[in-house]
Design a protein. Structure first.
Length: 200
């Protein structure tokens, strides 16, 4: 353990006491040499760390986190269908998309109201599956151009948008294996291929 050096005021006080002290008989008087002042350290002096401002500048909303960036990737009905995984045989799917497979039955919903079209679609799909059909065609018509970013709800291509949703709902969802836009020779974007599951 290193000995602590005396501070100048302590050394001065000690010297005053030592002047008035009497030495013991038989012992020579010891002179205490004053401690050499501590040499200054070489090199630049490190600046003391700055203390934090107790009253930082405050601005309204300055501590708020920015909202997460969001994008609408839903796209049109055609975009969503094109991104769906292929559940049917891949070779048959490729032939179907190229118009090489001929639909075994067709239903034309073009011009129908939603109230009339929905039960017609349900009846057609279930009847087709009962008959053992695999590929059927549902015609909806193209309607007006579908805009996924339109802030106002508009009845444009309503059957084209609604039919894929109906096909994923009971009671026909269990019968449908794949939905895809038809090839140009079978109606293109105004019709859907519906590939049915085999009846169990």
């Amino acid at each position: 353990m290193s000995r602590r050096r005396l501070r100048p005021e302590e050394l001065e006080l000690w010297q005053q006491v030592a002047k008035t002290a009497e030495r013991l008989p038989g012992k020579p008087r010891e002179r205490i040499a004053p401690a050499a002042p501590k040499a200054p350290e070489n090199g630049p002096r490190k600046p003391s760390p700055a203390l934090p401002d107790p009253f930082p500048t405050f601005g309204l909303g300055s501590g708020a986190k920015p909202p997460p960036e969001s994008h609408d990737f839903l796209g049109t009905t055609s975009d969503r269908l094109s991104r769906e995984p292929v559940r049917m045989d891949s070779k048959a799917f490729t032939r179907m998309k190229r118009g090489k497979l001929v639909p075994e039955a067709r239903l034309d919903l073009h011009g129908m109201t939603l109230d009339r079209a929905h039960p017609e679609l349900v009846r057609f799909i279930l009847t087709s599956q009962t008959r053992g059909l695999r590929l059927v065609l549902v015609i909806t018509g193209k309607g007006l151009r579908e805009d996924p970013h339109d802030p106002m709800p508009r009845r444009r291509g309503v059957l084209k948008t609604q039919v894929p949703q109906w096909l994923r709902m009971p009671p026909v969802a269990q019968a449908v294996l794949q939905i895809s836009e038809a090839h140009g020779k079978h109606g293109g974007s105004g019709a859907y291929y519906v590939y049915l599951r085999r009846r169990r």
